[in-house]
Design a protein around this ligand. Structure first.
Ligand SMILES: *Cc1c(COP(=O)(O)O)cnc(C)c1O
Length: 478
């Protein structure tokens, strides 16, 4: 219905100044005045628009003042806040990827609540380098000669390409031209870093001979990119690091300029998680021992640390990266360094890493252990909702690793399944996300809400989820 605008109403819309006089706003003293004024103006504009569209909203000064107060105080509410991941995607990029180990949290706390050795060498009693804190650990864990950590893996790829392939050619397979979530695309990064990308092979198959034929005097790099969450199956073929190494060595022996073999490993992993069998991601050390000159990977995917990009490999190459101006541009801050160092230290004992690093622990937790948490949630909820509003059951389900890792792995899990006799899955999901003080992210499937126990962290979260779901059914009573 596009009614004619009510011009009387338009004329009667109060002035900004008049609304500001209202007690509701006069009492607000903890928000800067300009913000309140802006909120009033925005509210009046919105009402004007509604009237022009044929609506007849209330234009009472007090109502406008109240709505403006809500707008103005929205700024005081935290935006980046805790949520509960009941979706069963362990490395959930939208939800902040990895949950840090307590050891990492403590280290961050230490580093930021006082001064630190960020760039101070206690031994030498002189200026130190921030690169020193993690390098030895990364080397010990991967067998690399040297390492550097930067802002994220996208930054790492950018840095390696611009240091070693700018103005030259980098050869990459067409089967590895993938887009990774958040608009990371190899061709775009290549362009940005001024490397000339040479694509070889077909989408499904690339042979060693494709690389061989593509090498020219200008070739500086053979780049291998982990296909992340994309997999081709069936009639496919790709060339592994070992073969690329042999090819590069053979050409160099013939007098060709240095050809780097670089792998962007994406998720990266220090441990081979045996539970994933043949699907397990290659470990960083495997890529290095197969002959990669450089390997880069993320800090907050399978590794389970803070956002970072780690580059490992030959010392002379890492030295060049350290003196590239991008090392300064992309350097890590002390919070990240503290978290990264503490996380890496946990890997010194793989058993400890598996117990203490939440990402790793969640990925390998046996389904029967997950089930116990789901049972707790079930029991907490059964007591609180009438049996004529919903059917609750504990069902076998599938969790995902996320973060582009282990895409083919169906990780067995258990979930609480809610079938709605009153209300609906969509409405419940909306309530859980929008109305709960701590938003709860569950899965909705076939008119049911599913809470996957794998990514529910503790009893406190179970309690919050039970409150949320019971809270939804309580809204149906009125
Ligand atoms: C995730 C990923 C990246 C980007 O890493 P960030 O740490 O998110 O910047 C790059 N390459 C591959 C293959 C990836 O999987």
């Amino acid at each position: 219905m596009a009614d004619k605008p009510n011009t009387e109403l338009l004329k009667k819309l109060p002035q900004v100044e008049e609304v500001l006089q209202n007690n509701v706003l006069a009492d607000i003293i903890d928000i800067p005045r300009e913000i309140v004024v802006d909120a009033v103006r925005t509210q009046i504009d919105a009402l004007r628009q509604r009237i022009l569209e044929g609506g007849e909203p209330s234009i009472q000064t007090e109502d406008i003042a109240k709505a403006a107060a809500v707008r103005a105080s929205a700024l005081q509410a935290p935006s980046l806040r805790r949520v509960i991941n009941a979706a069963g995607v362990v490395i959930h990029t939208n939800l902040g990827r990895s949950v840090l180990a307590q050891e990492a949290v403590d280290a961050v706390n230490q580093a930021i609540t006082g001064y630190s050795t960020l760039e101070y060498n206690v031994e030498a009693m002189a200026r130190g380098s921030r690169h020193d804190h993690c390098e030895k650990l990364i080397c010990a864990l991967t067998g690399a000669e040297a390492a550097i950590a930067v802002n994220n893996n996208a930054a790492a790829v950018m840095m390696v390409l611009s240091e070693f392939a700018a103005g030259h050619e980098a050869i990459v397979s067409r089967g590895e031209q993938v887009e990774i979530g958040g608009s990371f695309r190899i061709p775009d990064i290549m362009q940005q870093s001024h490397a000339h990308m040479v694509e070889v092979g077909a989408t499904n198959k690339t042979h060693l001979s494709d690389y061989e034929r593509a090498i020219t005097d200008e070739t500086a790099m053979l780049l291998k990119v982990h296909p992340s969450n994309y997999r081709m199956t069936g009639f496919t073929e790709s060339v592994d690091i070992r073969e690329l190494r042999k090819l590069a060595d053979a050409r160099q022996a013939e007098g060709h300029r240095d050809i780097l073999v670089y792998e962007d490993q994406g998720s990266g992993a220090f441990l081979r998680l045996d539970v994933f069998g043949n699907y397990a991601e290659p470990a960083v050390s495997e890529s290095l021992s197969a002959g990669a000159d450089l390997v880069s990977f993320s800090g907050d995917k399978l590794l389970g640390g803070p956002q970072a990009g780690l580059i490992v490999g030959r010392a002379e190459l890492i030295d060049r990266l350290k003196s590239n101006p991008l090392a300064r541009v992309l350097r890590l801050d002390k919070m990240t360094l503290a978290a990264l160092e503490a996380t890496l230290r946990l890997y010194l004992n793989p058993q400890v890493a598996m117990e203490r690093i939440p990402t790793v622990r969640m990925l390998i937790e046996p389904a029967d252990d997950v089930r116990q948490r789901v049972e707790k949630l079930h029991d907490a909820l059964v007591k609180r909702i009438a049996n004529d509003v919903a059917d609750l059951s504990i069902v076998p389900e599938t969790s995902r690793a996320g973060g582009g890792a282990l895409p083919m792995c169906d990780i067995e899990t258990y979930a609480l399944e809610i079938r709605f006799l009153k209300g609906s899955a969509q409405a419940c999901d909306e309530f859980l996300v929008r109305q709960c003080p701590v938003p709860i992210i569950a899965r909705v499937s076939q008119e049911m809400v599913l809470c996957d126990g794998r990514t529910i962290l503790n009893d406190d979260e179970i309690e919050i989820i039970a409150d949320g779901i019971a809270g939804y059914f309580a809204t149906l009573d009125d």
